[in-house]
Design a protein around this ligand. Structure first.
Ligand code: MG
Length: 337
């Protein structure tokens, strides 16, 4: 089976503003393996702060264009991929799993022996803006679990405004936006807003800082996200954090994510399964693994105005997996650009 691809541009419903920067569009790539009914599809997300770009992803795929793919050989075939774009490797991995499921006529969660009823509800993300605007957005969303992007100048004012309109579970994400000292000072103050956990409070790579922060018992569980790419990183964080955020695009796909999930379980760490700004294609793939995780942050498609794919559905925050074989994702009749 041969590999082909197609770039596309996603328009976001709201400007996506986090501690790293802001964007209104994302440039992702569809990877396809094979042709016709049993073709497998996968998605590579061009996430600038993970060093991924549409151009870089395509260059990686061009580099492996001559290979002949077989979903029944995927362990060896994926292991033989050269290093480089984790997003591109994830897209190939997704396409192979999709082709496998289609060949066998079963949805991926069934091939993995997982119960879709065990999928956690997803949080809905509010990115950085003025506190009043964020609260309005939160109210309009009317979702049971919210995730609030922090790392702004007025993080306390943001949570205070959000708590006026939302009384359910609340988690926050600093996206590496705080120093050690600032995190140690502000997290105990944010604890009054009854937070499930705080994601990536410290700059990327500061594992010792996370250990130091957690030892201070700041009153909110600490999760690492940008620090965690693969199972190797999960193991390196044992004892430094309460939990980890695992994403297919970081781990190199479903197999890499499964290794990271099992590593976290072995080390008694909690797991949130997250996504990038990705369509129903990559997010449905993640949703198939979500029954193995404690928390889900799989709201990517809800942030996108022109999702070219149909896959999982949302019953409010409940993830409803498709029954079609493989990933269960189909292209909408017209690919909007
Ligand atoms: Mg995060």
């Amino acid at each position: 089976m041969k590999l082909s691809w197609e770039p596309y541009t996603l328009d976001l419903r709201h400007t996506w503003r986090i501690a790293h920067g802001a964007s209104d569009q994302r440039h992702n790539v569809l990877a396809q393996i094979g042709a016709g009914e049993e073709a497998g599809i996968g998605e590579a997300a061009g996430v600038p702060h993970h060093g991924e770009s549409q151009q870089g992803i395509i260059a990686y795929l061009e580099g492996v264009i001559d290979r002949d793919w077989d979903p029944f050989q995927m362990e060896d075939q994926l292991a033989s991929l050269p290093p480089g774009s984790a997003a591109a490797r994830a897209a190939i991995d997704l396409a192979l799993h999709d082709a496998l499921g289609k060949r066998l006529g079963q949805p991926l969660y069934r091939l993995l022996g997982l119960s879709p009823e065990r999928a956690p509800q997803t949080s809905y993300t509010i990115s950085i803006d003025e506190p009043a605007v964020m609260a309005e957005w939160a109210k309009a969303a009317d979702m049971p679990i919210l995730k609030i992007k922090l790392g702004a100048t007025d993080d306390e004012a943001i949570l205070s405004a959000i708590r006026q309109v939302h009384h359910g579970p609340l988690r926050v994400d600093a996206n590496a936006g705080w120093s050690r000292e600032h995190a140690a000072a502000i997290i105990p103050r944010l604890a009054q807003f009854d937070l499930e956990f705080v994601e990536q409070p410290l700059p990327v790579g500061d594992i010792e800082g996370l250990r130091w922060l957690r030892a201070k018992k700041p009153g909110v569980p600490i999760f690492a996200d940008e620090n965690i790419l693969t199972a190797h990183d999960v193991a390196a964080h044992a004892g430094s954090v309460d939990g980890v955020v695992i994403k297919l695009a970081k781990a190199g796909g479903l197999r890499g994510a499964l290794r990271a999930i099992h590593t976290a379980h072995a080390l008694d760490m909690q797991i949130m399964l997250g996504s990038m700004v990705e369509t129903s294609l990559a997010v449905t793939a993640a949703a198939h693994l979500s029954p193995l995780c404690d928390y889900a942050d799989l709201d990517g498609p809800l942030m996108i105005r022109n999702d070219p794919f149909d896959g999982l559905r949302y019953d409010k925050a409940r993830l409803v997996l498709p029954e079609r074989p493989g990933l269960g994702v189909v292209r909408k009749p017209v690919l909007s650009r």
